[in-house]
Design a protein around this ligand. Structure first.
Ligand code: R5P
Length: 286
């Protein structure tokens, strides 16, 4: 097996090759003066199982992923697996208003044209993977998050909304602490209203888990609700730390340790590695 690291996921790709004891090649990706993507894989041939590790967000990384697939194919890959740690466009999974595209379907259709297998991590809507015609699986970061917080005095695990309650359950059960969910109503793209947990939070060290933090509006409102409900401390962990519009600074001030995310998107607080769950899946027979 050969692991190819795209520019979005170099560290994760290296970790995967170390865990699996296989070759690692880093794609040499640059931009032409007009911004178009140029990439090259400096290998004479790739007559092997090849795994490309690359996000499809932001758009520049999506283009790189398309180009890497073609390069890998031309180098003679026997089978091609895409590991897409953060799958962009998963939120527009249907036509909400007439005239809109089904963005998630467009992406899967095009990404699936050359590859033989796809792994994602905590994709926003798992059902969109069914648009891939090749084998596909969404891997769950819950255990990696739980293992990181085990032994750190967490009394209660909460998801910010009912839609993510299974994540709170998976993390809570693995840590052997109670779990529950908050109730969220979205007021606008960046503002949400959150009602307190049904469980008693007074004096508790609470861990909020979510699939992603984008503007940070959800977490700001959840922290506020938990403070009002008497929580002693609130830690935050998500799989994908997008942190748009300075969300990380807004959430943490100078205390970066207050928010953690997985290394599906590599940034200064992506200290929870999903390499273990991905390498385990890659190591399985197929
Ligand atoms: C919503 O369904 C997701 O699980 C996240 O809670 C949401 O996308 C977070 O977005 P933001 O950080 O902008 O509130």
């Amino acid at each position: 097996m050969i692991i190819v690291g795209g520019s979005s996921s170099k560290d994760l790709a290296k970790e995967l090759s170390n865990a699996l004891g296989c070759a690692y090649v880093q794609a040499a990706t640059t931009r032409f003066p007009d911004g178009e993507c140029y990439t090259r894989i400096d290998n004479e041939s790739m007559n092997d199982d090849v795994v490309i590790v690359q996000n499809t967000y932001p758009d520049s990384n999506l283009i790189e992923m398309f180009l890497l697939q073609d390069a890998v194919k031309k180098l003679g890959a026997k089978r091609m697996t895409l590991v897409i740690p953060y799958f962009g466009y998963a939120r527009q999974d249907r036509v909400f208003r007439p005239g809109e595209p089904e963005s998630a379907k467009v992406m899967t259709k095009h990404l699936g044209m050359m590859c033989d297998r796809v792994f994602t991590v905590d994709i926003h809507k798992e059902s969109i993977l069914d648009y891939f015609e090749c084998p596909h699986r969404d891997l769950k970061a819950a255990h990696a998050i739980a293992d990181h917080f085990k032994g750190k005095n967490i009394d209660l695990v909460l998801s910010p909304d009912v839609g993510a309650k299974d994540r709170a359950k998976a993390v809570g059960e693995r840590m052997d602490v109670p779990y529950d969910h908050l109730e969220k109503v979205r007021l606008s793209g960046s503002d949400v209203r959150i009602s307190p947990a049904k469980m008693d939070c007074v004096g508790k060290n609470v861990l909020i888990v979510d699939d992603m933090i984008s503007t940070g509006g959800t977490i700001v409102a959840a922290k506020q609700a938990l403070r009002e409900a008497g929580a002693r401390s609130v830690s935050v962990a998500c799989t994908h730390g997008l942190f748009v519009n300075n969300a990380l600074e807004r959430l943490t001030g100078n205390a970066l340790e207050a928010v953690l995310c997985c290394n599906t998107l590599e940034n200064e607080v992506s200290h929870i590695s999903v390499a273990g769950i991905i390498s385990e899946a890659l190591g399985e027979k197929w």
